[in-house]
Design a protein around this ligand. Sequence first.
Ligand code: ADP
Length: 483
Amino acid sequence: MRFAQLDLWRRSIRFRLMAWNTGVVLVMALVALLAVREGLRLTLLSELDERLREDALEVRLAFEEFYPNLGLVKEELDRKAIGHAHQAMFIQILDQHGQIVAASINTPAQGLPRADGGSIVPLNWGDYRLVQQHFTKSGLPDFSVRVGSSLEPIWTDIGKLTRLILLVGLALLPLAAVGGFVLTDRALQPIKKIIHTARRLRPAQLDERLALRHTGDELDQLSLTINQLLDRIGDYLVRHREFIANAAHELRSPLAAIQSTVEVGLNSDRSVDEYKELLYETVEQCRTLSLLVNQLLLLAESDVARTLASRESVQLDQVVERCVEMFRAAAEERGIELSAACTPGIVVAGNALRLRQVVNNLIDNGLKFSAAGGRVAVQLTRDPSGQRALLQVADSGCGIAPAELPHIFERFYQVNRARDRDAQMRGNGLGLSICQAIVEAHGGTIEVTSAVDQGTTFVVSLPAEPISTSPRGATPSLAPAHA
Ligand code: ADP
């Protein structure tokens, strides 16, 4: 348990940010140390070089003054070397061949770098820094002055500084860890709140929303995105619940009708014809029930998608013409003029059965909501680009009020007027939502325009296969187009 908690803590953002913060401070301290150390080294060396050059100039003056008395020159060199004994300074004078003419005390016994007697760039030699300058003066032989000084004081200074910076760096480490902890804790507060609220959310109660701090930072954006997602899920659940409630309501009516018909049959003895009549009624109710159940199943989106899993090339003009033919008798019986005008050879990829369902539904509605003497015109064309099939079903019926229009594709939605119609004509408000689901599953759109008491026009747009001289897998239309 303790190990699991430790592991959880090790994986937490807080721990990782803390570790990163500490690591970054450590690296920064090291880089600062190296930079300051190098800077100090260069500065101290250049100061030392400057001093050694000045000493070389002073020695030059002494040499020019005392030459050729080398004894006096030596004395002067010793005096200077003793004066700078704390730096272990030594001085040499060389002739133009690099031979030592005079040397001060403290000169290292051996191994000084060879030189040809000219000037050399200041250099480190063992524990010494060396400067050598060449001088000429008329009446005197050319000579060079070499001044050396111990590097020890510089290394001591650099060592002190290094230890100081390391100490400060080490002292900063725990501070960095604590600072990282505090900062991360503050930064993670909003996330903790998000987790806390998200834990309380339940599918049955999605009303709660994450509090926004209106800082506009990423965490605020995350909260906003989660809230929007919750809104969408909430809407979906509400629609889902409504759908189930409506479905149950619609199923109840035919079930109640079946129950009462059967009870009537059971209540008293009847003639065979009466029983037959009751049985016919029951079968009729069962048919309604079965239709409703099939529609509900189809509306379960997976069902529409499943029927479209394998698409075939559907000769849409033939489908439309057959549907129109199917309704012709009904239209005549009701005194409504039904016409069709189809451009031949329009092929769409999809499911013929489902597409027929769409056409049937639209024609059925057109006839249902038109009075005798009205007309329903069906038209199938390609759009100007030739890429889409346009199916238009226009009627001269009762029309739909603008306020109702946005809702007619909702499941179980029925305009009041439709509810008032006689039972035979009444639908269940699922037809258009099924049409929309099928059309959208085919990658198409369905739109409606309507004017009360003037009529309604539905336009279905579907992606069509390109115009081809020999349509693949589709037989040319044999049926004549109805004008
Ligand atoms: P229903 O099975 O009740 O017809 P639909 O989903 O097909 O259900 O239609 C929903 C509602 O849209 C209908 O109740 C009706 O009020 C309205 N509607 C559909 N088509 C037409 C139309 N052609 N003319 C007038 N109203 C229509």
